[in-house]
Design a protein around this ligand. Structure first.
Ligand SMILES: Cc1ncc(COP(=O)(O)O)c(C=O)c1O
Length: 262
């Protein structure tokens, strides 16, 4: 959402809070830099809270000015991969109306931990803490303890470099495969691991037929498998899980969206 749109939506419309997934699932897009800064300032000025879901803040692929450790610098602890957070633009955590949610599920790839956290003004943290302990007793202690070593900054730095290299490879592989099938991806995903190609119904049907012929067990769950039947043998082993969010366009012009989770 452009900064002007954000200002328009938050001014005089009686909106008390806005929930944003940034970087965005399932769009694969990211608000960052001056635009993100402007959104945080608008929230402060209009007293509209923004709830920032930053579960994908490590999944950024483009716009790096640091050196991938593969090209040297793995032990240089000042060499950080690019990540995006609205935290960079908060001036006073206790008065700016920004609530940042993050957790182990995506950036740390530990969904089973059920551990997450919030950075927000103190009174809000207190309210959420008591609601959480009333509703389900809060996050379980053993898994919170297991999370602690994963919070070490050097671990996060190395892990995020590896994550970005791995998921960039998947994204680029899938984009190339979709292009071979003549399936358009209007907006290149720059973050997360979901995005929305558009294809004709005939292309969808042909993918399904090809997948049955090749005995792909779960057509609906893996466009990757279907789209890469001819090259799956040479595919890097790391490219076996990519989520896509395609829009299928029928001959009558109707569009269907199907979320494919690989
Ligand atoms: C946008 C977004 N926020 C948060 C989460 C984490 O949700 P949960 O920890 O409940 O699985 C996900 C999960 O994939 C997500 O896509």
């Amino acid at each position: 959402m452009p900064a002007e749109e954000f200002t328009f939506q938050t001014s005089g419309r009686g909106i008390g809070a806005m929930l944003l997934s940034n970087p965005g699932n399932p769009t694969g897009q990211c608000i960052e830099g001056e635009e993100l800064k402007a959104d945080v300032r608008t929230a402060c000025e209009s007293e509209t809270a923004i709830v920032m879901d930053e579960f994908y803040s490590h999944y950024i692929y483009d716009g790096h000015d640091s050196v991938d450790p593969e090209d040297g610098g793995v032990d240089d602890d000042s060499n950080w991969p690019k990540t995006v957070s609205s935290a960079s633009y908060i001036e006073d955590v206790n008065s700016d109306p920004v609530l940042i949610i993050n957790g182990m599920t995506n950036n740390w790839r530990c969904p089973g931990f059920r551990v997450c956290w919030i950075v927000a003004p103190k009174p809000i943290v207190a309210i959420l803490g008591s609601a959480g302990s009333y509703l389900d007793g809060g996050a379980n202690a053993p898994l919170q303890r297991l999370s602690l070593p994963l919070m070490e900054l050097d671990f996060i730095r190395r892990d995020t470099w590896a994550l970005q290299r791995h998921f960039r490879q998947k994204r680029d592989f899938l984009l190339a495969e979709l292009e071979k099938l003549d399936i358009r991806v209007k907006i290149k995903p720059e973050a997360t691991f979901t995005f929305g190609p558009t294809c004709l119904l005939s292309q969808l049907l042909s993918m399904i037929v090809r997948s049955f012929k090749k005995n792909v067990s779960n057509t609906w769950s893996s466009l990757y498998q279907v789209s890469s039947l001819t090259s799956i043998q040479e595919a890097p082993a790391t490219c076996d899980r990519v989520n896509v969010f395609p829009t299928f366009v029928s001959a009558t012009g109707h569009q269907w969206r199907i979320l494919l989770m690989a």
